[in-house]
Ligand binder design. Structure first.
Ligand code: ADP
Length: 497
């Protein structure tokens, strides 16, 4: 299906008159975690594509040893997760090495399940690709390397040393390293486009192919953010994404190699009780009308007269608790009686503000626990369905004491792929320039002109890609800083219940 999609997309581009000979470089983004198992025959076919035929006629089922590819929605490998963590000495070790505890959808446990349950297929597998490196392989006409970013979603990669972890590989399946191949930085150029695309679609034989990566990281590169930006995705689930210089010590969340800031990490934390709870309150308190919801929210003051609530309707990830706690200004953790809180607040507007402020205080606490440094330069970048809601964004701006921005373009993952390709062309051109300078003994040039960073280079072309929508109120830090501490006390009370 994926191969056929490439056939169709390129056919349509040509039919619409695109001159593909002008394409200088190709980057890509694909869903994370999925894995493909190449047969010996498949690898051979890939290296000898015939431009008279469709791709999908050539790279068919026989190219793979496993035909129903496991993807991120597969949660059937809990057993393998336990086995892998146990084999390397526990969950903390797995987190420390790979940046995440073992997750059922991650590729390592998925590979182990195939090794255990379909040992013949595993035995016959010559190479394993992720969905991203698989797509890159098609353009390359050879097996493409896996990039550091997507490798971080496998429970197999040592995110600090940037090599496959021998411990994790051994805990997963035998002879795995050869099947995975050597990983490369996300910014790497992995080769030139293969002849198939030159002959069939008119690409230039000089067109370069860069490493492809997973969609979350590609979206992050598409947002082109400074280090002080905290991304808050408010889609079906709420997620925080941040740039980290050091790997945090948390039991949950994901730490991945940064796609564009060499040596940095990306911290990614999901929240279970985000939009689903907001949707529920919108239904119950505002008859499913976001305008009414916003009127109620706007009609209450910052700090909500000391009324605060935590709504963990399903078990939350951090903190790992379930339950609801409402405190008025008279409640505290002083004794069990005052800690109990109240059943309900007196008005729908108090309920709504307590929900939104509680959600955002929770996120602020988690972000700082992950190692995000808040300061004068902090910016929040909101994305996803709820980022159209200015009243919610104003609460975010106040709770975080930072301006909130939205992007001018959607489809950040695709833009990210294109920007990375553009940056690769730039870096490549510098290599050529420095080689010429070196050959001409113009050493000074190479010594003084370092390359621009990804951020500095790409923002030249998209100067206004973020739009400010809210600014924090003057008194917000005074109000919300003590409320973060109060949030922590409430979370502890819920954890004890
Ligand atoms: P996905 O993550 O599946 O791409 P979206 O980004 O479209 O989903 O986000 C869907 C969520 O957006 C819904 O659950 C809903 O809570 C939220 N949403 C949509 N419109 C609004 C709005 N005006 N105010 C608050 N939340 C909204």
């Amino acid at each position: 299906m994926w191969v056929k999609a490439i056939d169709i997309v390129l056919d349509r581009l040509v039919m619409q008159g695109a001159d593909l000979s002008t394409v200088l470089a190709i980057g890509g983004s694909a869903q994370q975690h999925g894995s493909l198992y190449w047969s010996r025959h498949g690898v051979k076919t890939l290296r000898n594509l015939n431009s008279d035929k469709f791709l999908h006629v050539q790279i068919d089922d026989s190219a793979f040893t496993v035909n129903r590819t496991p993807i991120w929605m597969d949660g059937s490998t809990e057993k393998q997760c336990v086995e892998m963590e146990t084999a390397i000495g526990g969950r903390a070790e797995m987190l420390n090495i790979s940046g995440s505890k073992c997750y059922a959808r991650f590729t390592g446990p998925q590979i182990r399940k195939i090794y255990q349950e379909r040992s013949n297929a595993y035995e016959e597998t010559q190479r394993i690709s992720l969905v991203s490196s698989f797509c890159a392989s098609v353009f390359l006409g050879d097996i493409a390397p896996i990039d550091y970013g997507d490798a971080s979603g496998m429970n197999l990669f040592d995110i600090k040393a940037k090599i496959w972890s021998k411990q994790c590989l051994n805990a997963c399946a035998p002879d795995l390293e050869d099947r995975l191949g050597k990983p490369v930085p996300t910014s790497a150029i992995i080769g030139k486009i293969c002849n198939f695309f030159v002959e069939r679609f008119g690409f230039s034989p000089e067109c370069i192919v860069t490493a492809f990566t997973g969609d979350n990281l590609s979206a992050l590169s598409g947002m082109v953010l400074e280090q002080n930006c905290l991304v808050m995705s408010l889609g079906t689930s709420d997620t925080l994404i941040m740039n980290l210089k050091e790997q945090p010590r948390l039991e949950e969340g994901h730490v991945l190699c940064h796609p564009t800031e060499i040596g940095h990490f990306v911290g990614l934390m999901c929240f279970r009780n985000g939009s689903l709870v907001r949707d529920l309150f919108n239904k119950i308190e505002a008859s499913s009308d976001w305008n009414k919801f916003n009127e109620l929210l706007d009609s209450t003051p910052r700090g909500n007269y000391g009324n605060m609530a935590l709504h963990f309707h399903s078990i939350e990830i951090i903190p790992n608790v379930k339950g609801v706690l409402r405190w008025t200004r008279n409640n505290s953790s002083e004794n069990s009686e005052t800690a109990k809180g109240v059943q309900k607040f007196l008005s729908p507007q108090t309920e709504i503000r307590a929900l939104i402020e509680g959600q955002m205080l929770h996120k602020r606490a988690v972000a700082s626990d992950m190692g995000f440094h808040f300061g004068d330069e902090t910016k929040i970048v909101a994305t996803g369905g709820a980022s159209v809601n200015k009243s919610i964004l104003q609460v975010i701006s106040d709770v975080f004491n930072a301006p909130v921005f939205v992007q001018n373009e959607s489809e950040a993952a695709l833009f990210g792929a294109a920007y990375r390709a553009k940056y690769a062309i730039y870096l490549n051109s510098l290599v050529d320039v420095s080689r010429i300078c070196h050959e001409n003994n113009n050493v000074q040039h190479t010594a003084t002109t370092g390359p621009l960073s990804y951020l500095d280079y790409i923002t030249r072309f998209i100067p206004n890609h973020l739009r400010i929508v809210c600014e924090p109120s003057k008194d917000c830090e005074q109000i919300y800083s003590p409320m973060v501490e109060r949030y922590r006390k409430m979370a502890l009370i819920l954890a004890k219940k």
